[in-house]
Write a protein that binds this ligand. Structure first.
Ligand code: NDP
Ligand code: GDR
Length: 361
């Protein structure tokens, strides 16, 4: 019998990598996607199977984490062995603009999935993964951060995820549900959302290189992050649900870089050497020809910032046998390579007299 997995957030970065991973493991994968006015399945279109074909192993359902009746109905219909709760309003800066919605989707949304499992009496059948985050550590109390490090969330997103974390622990303890929190540090890829800093940088620099864009505007260049590759991290999500006992795990590389380091390395991949001048809001970067290509824009500063994150995933190494496979340099090089291909497509379109898609966030 094939195992059945249900993924919320299947149209996102991790959803796409995890769906691919599980299909290769022989799972039947069901995913929940939101209704939108434009197609939102770009990242999983290669997995799509015509609904008219019988015996599909990849099935999508319309749904939303803010709709419990929908979640109950889908879980009842699918009868999954494993649920990966990846759906969230996942942008930290945007959560300051939409705090109530973020609490609803990321916090109460997690509760809705857990309650659906309980209402359906499936707590002994279903294994549950919760996408927790290094943002829980926020104003860090200990370095590096591990499973026992105290939390200090610094954004509406992180506070909502704190609820998701603890309600997952509570349902494990109260109802014997096999439920795990993966406390994942930042993980990126060529399909990372375009407004997260890494993808914003690789997209902009490749476009600047080809003359499609003039300048890249960024916020806090001194923020330190522990960046890994999403492809490696979804394997850890799966491993957490294959253990004898449910537990929570930190997943990280144990290496830290500044946003500025990411910019320098991505530029180097493109043969651009950046000279930095000034400090704080005055900081700018010029290329080797003296052209201004980077400026700090305070509108990207956050009301409360997470300055530094560095993970210790010793527990995952010992108990799951997990370790990251992709180095920071390989990650940056892969993202630059892929974004350069799409910039080259845009350049071609422009050369032939059509307006190229312009994007500045
Ligand atoms: P993305 O932002 O790429 O994907 C989020 C997914 O959630 C999308 O499929 C999105 O749908 C969906 N979604 C958003 N709101 C709702 C809702 N109300 N109902 C149903 N679906 C919804 O995130 P990632 O793939 O990067 O991250 C996956 C999870 O892991 C998230 O929960 C995130 O908070 C968490 N996380 C991510 C880390 C990272 O570095 N990537 C690190 C630690 C935790 P749509 O495509 O329609 O927008
Ligand atoms: P983060 O990722 O907030 O860590 O959350 P993001 O890439 O948005 O920011 C990382 C750091 O870069 C700084 N920064 C900028 N960020 C953005 N987005 N845009 C900019 O122009 C910019 N300039 C500097 C930020 O201030 C921050 O310090 C991600 C998300 O995937 C969460 O869902 C997840 O939980 C955490 O990672 C772990």
């Amino acid at each position: 019998m094939k195992k059945i997995a249900l993924l919320t957030g299947i149209t996102g970065q991790d959803g796409a990598y995890l769906a691919d991973f599980l299909l290769k493991k022989g799972y039947i994968v069901h995913g929940i996607k939101r209704r939108s006015s434009l197609f939102n399945t770009d990242r999983i279109d290669h997995l799509y199977q015509d609904p008219h074909v019988s015996q599909r192993n990849f099935v999508l359902h319309y749904g939303d984490l803010t709709d419990s009746t929908n979640l109950i109905r889908i879980i009842q219909q699918v009868q999954p062995d494993e649920i990966y709760n990846l759906a969230a309003m996942s942008h930290v800066a945007v959560s300051f603009e939409t705090p109530e919605y973020t609490a609803n989707a990321d916090g109460i949304g997690t509760l809705r999935v857990l309650e659906a499992i309980r209402i359906l009496g499936l707590e002994k059948k279903i294994r549950f993964y919760q996408a927790s985050t290094s943002e829980l550590y926020g104003l860090v109390q200990e370095t590096p951060q591990k499973e026992t490090t105290p939390f200090y969330p610094r954004s509406p997103y992180a506070v909502a995820k704190l609820y998701g974390y603890w309600i997952t622990v509570n349902y494990r303890e109260a109802y014997g549900l096999y439920a795990c929190n993966g406390i994942l540090f930042n993980h990126e890829s060529p399909i990372r959302g375009e407004t997260f800093v890494t993808r914003k940088i690789t997209r902009a620099l490749t476009r600047i290189k080809l003359g499609l864009q003039d300048c890249l505007y960024l916020g806090n260049l001194d923020a330190l992050r522990d960046w890994g590759h999403a492809r490696d991290y979804v394997e850890a999500q799966w491993l957490m649900l294959q253990q004898e006992k449910p537990e929570d795990f930190v997943i990280a590389t144990g290496v830290q870089h500044k946003v500025r380091d990411f910019v320098n390395l991505a530029a180097r991949e493109l043969g651009i050497r950046i000279d930095w001048q000034g400090q704080g809001v005055e900081e700018t970067g010029t290329d080797q020809h003296g052209k201004l290509i980077i400026k700090v824009d305070p509108r990207y500063f956050r009301p409360t910032e997470v300055e530094t994150l560095l993970g210790d995933s010793t527990k995952a190494k010992e108990k799951l046998g997990w370790k990251p496979k992709t180095s920071f340099n390989e990650l940056v090089a892969e993202m630059v390579r892929e974004d350069l291909k799409s910039a080259e497509r845009d350049e071609l379109v422009k050369k032939h007299g059509f307006a190229a898609y312009d994007y500045h966030e």
